[in-house]
Design a protein around this ligand. Structure first.
Ligand code: PLP
Length: 444
């Protein structure tokens, strides 16, 4: 059979056929590719080598900005000094150091850290730790997991089972059993800056689910403090505190998935749990942990949970771990990233710049085509009026933004924003002007 013509980028000599791209409409992308060819600071480069402002920290990852020499140097040193070492029945210093450094910025009490390679692995690790914890405590009837509608917890089987995004579940019918879902806690009012007014309905639903199954069968509740991938939704005031109280009352573990809200993004400390004033039992993190440059995730666990595993006869306490859990190169990237966050005060910066960023986003309120604006700190969503099936308007605006010189994200018809924490006022203005032009053209 004659080979089909290979799809190529117009400006780069790259054959696009063989890479099956994740979460991408492969056929339309390969017909009109959008290629990133370089990155520095607040900008990535398009295939013509032009600067494109990064309003999304490239998938919520690059909190300290692109091309940081400190991280590059640390990774290079690690590669030359200790490129790989196993952490199964062996150890190397960087993994212990990174766990210690994380425990210094984590909320009090969460100071035992298990390393993974991604947020998805972090979520599945957290769920497994929760299930195994109840087993070691002799409470083995607790096998149910409660997630949330609109929740995104990565793409592994545990994560999509507790996750609440239909499109991520529908092709994979055999999910974990014993999972139930809370309703998404979405404010009923539009254009709310920060949290919305208290709405006990959403947390009362947890009591209803507990009443249905019996508390003694439930191992854990997992939630994102802010619904990210499904559209940037902040909960009503007091919601997470109420969930915390209910879980504690019933001996259910609370897992917070802070994969996107971690590392300063909300403008209230290192983790969103601080912004919400709640003490989780387990926190999952990834992305900003290494500034996104080397894959890594982590699961921070309350000390009592960890210590429950350290009872009984000596031996492997949890039969779980990944070949690359805490590998030296990722740890080096993590340590260098945490240094940057500290020395440049980026979490504090996210508070001041976050307020200005929110002012900019809320300036779209009242503009034609804008259905809602939501956000906190350096997280934001501008929801557009639908223009056909869900996602049509969002995709169109996303592509136009890229063509105008801004890399964003879209989820449904919401443009999602999560710029690097090094953002300056001039960047905020640039993002504003591009989004303004794109919306004005799309909703003439
Ligand atoms: C809240 C949340 N959890 C988990 C994940 C999965 O992380 P990863 O893509 O690194 O597996 C993501 C990714 O966006 C996320 O936003």
């Amino acid at each position: 059979m004659p080979a089909a013509a290979k799809a190529k980028t117009p400006a780069l000599d790259v054959n696009l056929d063989n890479f099956w791209m994740p979460f991408t409409a492969n056929r339309s992308f390969k017909g009109a590719p959008r290629m990133v060819t370089g990155a520095k600071g607040m900008y990535v480069k398009n295939e013509r080598g032009e600067d494109v402002i990064d309003a999304a920290a490239c998938l919520w990852c690059v909190n300290a900005g692109h091309g940081r020499p400190e991280i590059a140097e640390a990774v290079k040193q690690a590669l030359l000094e200790l490129d790989f070492a196993p952490n199964f029945q062996m150890g190397h210093p960087a993994a212990f150091k990174l766990a210690e450094r994380l425990s210094e910025i984590l909320p009090d009490g969460l100071d035992r850290v298990f390393f993974t390679n991604s947020g998805s692995e972090g979520v599945d690790t957290a769920l497994k730790i929760a299930l195994a914890y109840h087993q070691v405590k002799g409470d083995s009837a607790r096998y149910r997991l409660i997630g949330r509608e609109k929740g995104y917890h990565g793409v592994n089987f545990g994560g999509i089972s507790v996750g609440g995004i239909f499109r991520n579940r529908q092709q994979f019918p055999a999910l974990l059993h014993g999972v139930d879902h809370l309703p998404a806690a979405v404010n009923r009012k539009k254009f709310l800056r920060g949290f919305g007014p208290a709405d006990p309905f959403f947390s009362d639903e947890l009591e209803r689910i507990i009443g249905l199954h019996g508390a003694r069968t439930i191992a854990a509740v997992i939630i994102e403090p802010i619904i990210g991938s499904a559209g940037v939704y902040l909960p009503p005031e007091g919601y997470l505190k109420a969930i915390r109280e209910i879980t504690r009352k019933h001996g259910i573990l609370l897992i917070l998935d802070e994969v996107i809200t971690g590392f300063g993004r909300t403008g209230h400390g290192a983790f969103a749990s601080e912004a919400f004033g709640i003490d989780a039992d387990i926190i999952v993190m990834a992305k900003g942990l290494t500034n996104g440059v080397v894959p890594m995730g982590a699961v921070a666990v309350r000390r009592e949970i960890h210590d429950a595993f350290m009872q009984g006869p000596d031996g492997i306490e949890i039969f779980h771990g990944y070949t690359y859990s805490g590998n030296p190169v990722s740890c080096a990237a993590g340590l260098a990233t945490l240094d940057i966050y500290r020395t440049e005060g980026l979490f504090e910066r996210a508070a001041t710049m976050g307020a200005k960023f929110q002012d900019m986003l809320f300036s779209f309120q009242g503009k034609k085509g804008v259905a809602d604006v939501r956000g906190i700190g350096l997280i934001g969503g501008v929801e557009l009026e639908p223009q056909g099936p869900v996602g049509t308007a969002g995709m169109k605006a996303f592509v136009s933004c890229w063509e105008e010189g801004m890399l964003g994200r879209f989820t449904g018809d919401t443009l999602a924003f999560s710029p690097p924490l090094i953002i300056e006022e001039e960047h905020i203005t640039r993002i504003h002007d591009i989004v303004d032009r794109v919306i004005a053209r799309q909703y003439k």
